[in-house]
Write a protein that binds this ligand. Sequence first.
Ligand code: GLN
Length: 474
Amino acid sequence: MIVNGKSTFDATRKAVETGASTVERVTGEFLEGIEKRKRLNAFLSVFHEKALAQARVIDKKIAEGRAGMLAGMVVAIKDNLCIKDEVVTCGSKMLQNFVSLYDATAVRRLRDDDAVIIGKTNLDEFAMGSSTENSAYGPVLNPVNETKVPGGSSGGSCVAVAAAMSHTALGTDTGGSIRQPASFCGIVGLKPTYGRVSRYGLVALASSFDQIGPFANSVADAARVLQVIAGHDEMDSTSVDVPVPDYLSFLNKDVKGLKIGLPREAFGEGLHDVVRSAIEKAVDKLRECGAEIVEIGLPHSEYTISTYYILMTAEASSNLARYDGARYGYRSPGVKDLTEMYVKSRSEGFGEEVKRRIMLGTYVLSAGYYDAYYRKAQRVRRLIQNDFLNAFKTVDCILMPTAPTTAFNVGEKANDPLAMYLSDVYTVSANLAGIPAISVPFGTDNKGLPIGVQLLGKQFDEGTILRVGDFLEE
Ligand code: GLN
């Protein structure tokens, strides 16, 4: 059920429960939507028959009163998450024909709760990027304005939700790849606490940063997806065994008495005025309704981008060492010896940005520079984590922009990696600190481009940021 071009699960659920529609029909509507909006390039594979077959089974379960919590929800999956017997390209030529042998835990849990899996979405190659222009399968366009990027790296998942091609989607967030596109396309994007959601079946980018999370058209739908995918998994030893609360119980609450921190460092140079004034409006709304706004300091903020790009490239370079032409994916044809196989397979299989990061990461890990870069960045990461620990002694959550600007033009930053990296200035800190963060749409600029506000919470306290996000949601 698509209302005003948006597709929240509530409307569908009601229609399905009252018999006004069926899961099969809803799935068919989304499949049509995907067909109609092909030029946005959001999907890399669409599961036409499989999705409809799954929908029919769920309709039967609903009729028999034994359907799961997500019965009737249609979900798209970022193509760096494994689905058994389906190709997982990671947006790379390297894995063009690589078929997964098993399901990612998050995907399996969605399916077990009767969500329909509709297809796999486009992304920056190996999730490296902030605009979804780095995919080997072509860029994704922003549905609000097609001359703009949708943000990245989970651009396809974000656009699937923003342009009514699914109710919700899974993305992954290593340095903002769920929140920044959500902000550029005007939807909700949530990065859970590191360890909240199992990473089993997620193709690793930077293992100490990566988290799986939802895109949705409402905070409530994001909460529903989180409810199902959260929790310990014995297949991922970094998934933490702490209780998963009832996330929906945090919604439709006021904000009276909540202490919300505004980091003074987040409002300096580089922040566009439209975004600044959106944050000010959000602050006014919160204050008027009884929240206490507290100015806080995150003194190491100026180091977040450099720290992130040293550590993430280091981790990425070692994670991507496995693509050597021997075991996985692409192998250059007609090579003479082993060395040539490595060199040619990697040179031909990887795109520019991936190569740039492998070289950077290899450099910062090399014997001569390890101390100066990698070790030092690890230490700064700790200082950044401590900044948040200190802040959370006095506040319940933190409010700041998701991105310094609204969506930029296609091609605008494609040849300027540093400018591209700077668009992550407000998102990477949550990944460095391992804390949860959500982007919620809050107004538009004068061209109608969406603005996102970001809420950051204490570790494992997704509840509070869902509560405040739900309150701010318009
Ligand atoms: N823009 C960030 C980067 O390119 C985000 C990556 C991500 O979260 N997957 O590293």
